[in-house]
Design a protein around this ligand. Structure first.
Ligand code: NI
Length: 174
């Protein structure tokens, strides 16, 4: 069990483009992934990207059974996604509220592709792909943005829909 400190918005590490993983199934990669899940669980997040704990590799983890931060969210299988490739399906975009462990206490409304095809590799180096929608699609887009140095506040179109969750939760479910 190794819970790592999550870097917060403003740290230069969160603004970098991360590097592809070249070697799979290594002890270092397995340790990184375990640390990421431990950290995500400890902070009650639904996803985490490696740069958030100071590692500039294209690795994200996500998944949700039932989460206090997102009580009404659909479940998403616990997933390790390495060197991801995303492709929006169709032109439909949906607005939805997002939070981020690197932007603690805040929520903002962001437009994301409603349907998404994504592919990548698991920790052993096996390629897999999925076609998803709604909250699952949103989480993947949010996490993979971290690998390109993008945090969700830069994608908010209406800054009135950005603020502290405690103020917003009266009006919104997420
Ligand atoms: Ni985030």
């Amino acid at each position: 069990m190794a819970v790592k400190q999550v870097l917060r918005m403003g740290h230069p590490f969160l603004q970098q483009v991360s590097k592809p993983v070249k070697e799979f199934n290594t002890p270092q990669l397995h340790t990184l992934i375990q640390d990421m899940f431990d950290t995500m669980d400890a902070y009650e997040g639904v996803g985490l990207a490696a740069p958030q704990i100071g590692i500039d590799l294209r690795v994200v983890v996500f998944g949700i059974n039932q989460n206090k931060r997102y009580p009404d969210a659909d479940s998403i299988p616990m997933t390790v996604l390495i060197n991801p490739v995303l492709r929006a399906i169709g032109d439909d975009a949906t607005l939805g509220w997002e939070g981020c462990l690197s932007v603690p206490g805040l929520r903002g409304e962001v437009s994301r592709a409603h349907q998404l095809h994504y592919s990548g590799f698991d920790a052993q180096g096996n390629r897999f792909e999925r076609q998803v929608r709604d909250f699952h699609a949103r989480v993947v887009q949010h996490e993979v943005d971290h690998l390109d140095g993008i945090l969700y506040p830069s994608k908010i179109q209406n800054m009135n829909n950005f603020g502290f969750s405690e103020e917003i939760s009266e009006l919104n479910k997420l």
